[in-house]
Design a protein around this ligand. Sequence first.
Ligand code: FDA
Length: 405
Amino acid sequence: MPSQSVSSSLTADVVVLGAGAAGLMCAATAGYQGARVLVIDHAKKPAGKVLMSGGGRCNFTNLNTTPAHYLSRNPHFCKSALKRYTPQDFVELVERHGVEYVEKNPGQLFCAESSKEIQRVLLTELEWSGAQLHLRTQLEAVQPRADGVLLHTSLGQIDAGALVIATGGLSIPTMGATGIGYTLARQFGLEVLPTRAGLVPLTLHPEHKHLFAPLSGLSCPVAIHAGGHTFTDDLLLTHRGLSGPAVLQVSNFWQEGQEVSINWLPDLCVSTALRQERQQAAKAGLAAWLGRHLPKRLAATLYEEITLHHDPLPARLADLSNERIDQLANHLQNWVFKPAGSEGYRTAEVTLGGVATEQISSQNFAVQGLEAVRFIGEVLDVTGQLGGFNFQWAWASAVACGRSF
Ligand code: FDA
């Protein structure tokens, strides 16, 4: 570029694109290192997903984080950053800011009051670090240069020593999610792995929707299996299909067209329990037995479904053969169905796939051969399970990158 136009532009050591969890954390870290940092985001407010996360109480980390909690084509990539910035490090940060928190499930830390507390921590850190935030700002083009990048933005040109791309994934487009990070990755010659919605409710075909929709709002513990992985947690029936932590977890491993299996009674061996019941209460029927082990309305629905798919049931358990008991046990503990699909990016918590990590440094998150360009957070092909792991990845990748300036 002609030197005149460069001299009339803004300058910064680091421009961070994306004022989300990773972008704000990286900007503050780089600011504390003494770098002059600008954060730009097209959204009206910063950290939008932080605010809506964890049902409004942000599950900001998980004390039991290990690399095994992440999905990636390159499973070793996340190890170094996760080791260098741990959940305890983030806990110390929130404690320094006086945030009260609670541990819900083992290891899962939530704000006691509101997600706004985490937004406050991030914005306070940003301010203290000296980094500047520009919202409602569009990035129009990026030109790599010998000593950095030249950015064309709605603020004007920015001559930056480095560009950190922290634009997240595609989930919740209404919150400002776009695919710009993937477009830029392709511009820099990086591979972008196919993306799909993760931690997302599954939808049902009409026959099952018809069956379960009247139970909308009902939640029960199940074991759910798909794509070689099983999760035991709560399932929530909704008017569109299945949600709740068990379903969100398994959705990361489920591929379109695959079957899913549900064990409605994960704490029982139904075969053994029904044989015992047949001996002890021979006159009892299956419907009553189900009603004692499952929420009443679910028991009635599953009973109705059994009668639709199997030969008529005898009124008394005493009249069930061993073979029939095993058949019923299999039905209840390996209830196989094909989801119609998922609710997609509209409600997904995360995006699976994304920028391939093989050409990214796991130390400072720079693109190989292009030190001035960095990718951090969810835009990368690193996706955590449910439970605070995705924010921990945002913090850890951000700090590893920010400290390198
Ligand atoms: P993030 O999405 O946070 O930020 C990206 C930023 O880039 C946004 O500010 C966006 O506006 C900006 N941007 C995008 N395109 C742009 C463009 N073209 N120009 C300029 N700016 C652009 N995780 C967890 O660990 N615990 C939890 O409790 C939850 N709960 C949860 C609930 C819901 C409803 C969702 C959708 C997600 C969660 N998550 C979660 C996941 C978590 O929110 C997510 O993994 C992190 O926010 C990812 O952080 P990033 O900074 O990478 O992206």
